[in-house]
Design a protein around this ligand. Structure first.
Ligand code: BES
Ligand code: ZN
Ligand code: ZN
Length: 495
């Protein structure tokens, strides 16, 4: 989809459908510059259709011959009080789905906001994200004609003369880039697990391109290096594990950040095998890795002034003959030993090595992203990511970035006393706690043992990385969470 910015006065796209926002209880569409008569006619029509301006409520309207657009989709953003960019993102997405419906090649959207440049940029970004992301389809495996909708070819953001086209264009460009990154992450998550095994995922990382440097290390290297966690988990599969390092060096970097992503291309559970229902979506257990790869790509496109390293351990967690067994003890890269009491708690085993490796390079901050525990979905549901960490400021910055990005997060406490539950009778620690209590926190506490004194945050995306339901701008499948959050956080850091 090609995205352009144009003053409304120069627009002649009457083959397109125009999206227009309206707030609840407000008499006129937002940003509308047309004549009084046209507005009245539209609003009367809208009311007849039962339109009240509630968030994501959308109606298709037919303006008169003389009006600028052939078809208008009016979409509500809820009340003006407490209006935020997520309302524009989700309402814009919803409206674009209705507009798309096969008949239009192009969509235009009337830019609704005014105000300071930062506000305009962020609102434009959110609208473009919502519209592009709502059109996402994973169609590469469909063969029946009609099952994949024709994609919208262009999107035009229309603005009044009182809005700086420069600010608007800047926001649009960021929105385009961030939406593309989210879709890259979604594509990787949606790919079948045998098509995207560890070797293939590593290949995708190598092909990110731009100025993102990549190195792929094989199982032999990991054995030599002492990554007992990754090597151990990888032993149950015919496909060997790999370790990917990515680097992006922005100019005049303001900070050096390490990203660590869980890359389990399929989690069968190992010998502690999952049941059928539990395994159904386990191709998505590499969503952390996918997000990290997408963010590396976006940082390069956006030319962020930071130094970024990504460390991605990639394995298949399978119950093959060589698999680690409950009771086995692994020697981790950090030198610690871990008694594996549940082979399905494999994420922490591979992340422990990746984190220990990442902190050796002395980054300013380390952020890991992982579909770590089913408990995250139990505690916080499917829309809120669990966050934990050793650095309150880092956690707060990430939560704020998540808010802006429409990817809410909630902090869970790393209760020191609970570490008791990770004590092993025979090794330095064990990889699971007791019963199913506080499993998300225990996951965090386990990882904390491998980050030393680093400023570290852990994002448990087990509930949020994948959706069975159709969400406002996320069809069923990978969601791309928390790509937008990380882009927002890193953009802020880069100044
Ligand atoms: N990949 C799973 C976590 C998961 C579950 C992600 C559901 C997405 C949806 C992880 O490896 C796992 O199996 N965790 C166990 C840990 C337990 C054995 C301590 C869990 O959460 O049950
Ligand atoms: Zn598991
Ligand atoms: Zn897993």
């Amino acid at each position: 989809m090609e995205v352009k910015v144009l003053p409304v006065s120069r627009w002649k796209g009457n083959d397109q459908t125009m999206l227009v926002f309206a707030a609840e209880g407000s008499p006129a569409p937002m940003g509308w510059k047309g004549g009084e008569g046209a507005v009245k006619r539209l609003m009367v029509q809208a009311r007849e259709e039962g339109f009240s301006g509630k968030a994501r409520q959308a109606v298709m309207l037919r303006p008169e011959e003389s009006d600028p657009a052939r078809r208008v989709v009016l979409v509500g953003v809820g009340s003006l009080q407490g209006l935020n960019n997520e309302a524009f993102r989700s309402s814009g997405g919803e409206a674009s789905r209705i507009a798309a419906n096969g008949v239009t090649k192009g969509i235009s959207v009337l830019f609704p906001e005014r105000g300071d440049p930062a506000k305009i940029r962020r609102c434009a970004q959110a609208i473009v994200e919502g519209i592009i992301l709502a059109q996402y389809q994973f169609g590469s495996y469909r063969t029946m004609p009609g099952d994949v909708k024709k994609p919208i070819e262009h999107l035009v953001v229309l603005h009044g003369d009182d809005i700086s086209a420069k600010d608007l264009s800047a926001g649009v460009a960021v929105g385009e880039c961030s939406a593309r990154a989210v879709m890259l992450a979604r594509d990787l998550v949606n790919e079948p697990p045998s098509a995207l095994n560890p070797a293939k995922l590593a290949e995708k990382a190598q092909k990110l391109g731009g100025r993102v440097r990549a190195k792929v290390f094989d199982a032999k290297w990991m054995e030599r290096t002492g990554m007992g966690g990754v090597v151990g988990v990888g032993r149950g599969s015919h496909v060997p594990p790999v370790f990917v390092w990515l680097h992006y060096q922005g100019s005049k970097p303001k900070a050096k950040v390490a990203l660590v992503g869980k890359g389990v291309t399929f989690d069968a559970g190992g010998l502690d095998i999952k049941d059928a229902a539990g395994m159904e979506t386990m191709k998505a257990d590499m969503a952390g890795a996918a997000a990290v790869m997408a963010v590396m790509h976006a940082a390069d496109v956006l030319k962020l002034s930071i130094a970024l390293d990504a460390y991605i351990p990639i394995v298949e967690n399978m119950p093959g003959g060589g698999a680690i067994k409950p009771g086995d003890i692994l020697k981790m890269l950090s030198g610690r030993t871990v008694e594996v009491l549940n082979t399905d708690a494999e994420g922490r085993l591979i992340l422990a090595d990746a984190l220990a490796y990442a902190v050796k390079d002395k980054p300013d901050h380390v952020i890991d992203i992982a579909t770590l525990t089913g408990g995250a979905a139990v505690a916080l549901g499917r829309r809120v990511t669990g966050i934990m960490g050793t650095d309150g400021d880092l956690v707060a910055s990430l939560i704020a970035a998540g808010e802006e990005a429409g990817e809410p997060m909630w902090q869970l406490p790393l209760v020191r006393e609970y570490s008791e539950m990770l004590k092993s009778r025979v090794a330095d620690m064990k990889n699971t706690g007791e019963k199913r209590e506080a499993s998300t926190i225990l996951g965090g506490l386990f990882l904390k043992e491998f980050v030393g004194q680093a400023s570290w945050a852990h994002l448990d995306i087990a509930g949020t990385a994948y959706t069975d339901k159709d969400l406002p701008y996320s069809p069923p499948g990978g969601t791309g969470v928390p790509v937008r959050t990380l882009i927002a956080y890193l953009t802020k850091l880069s100044g």
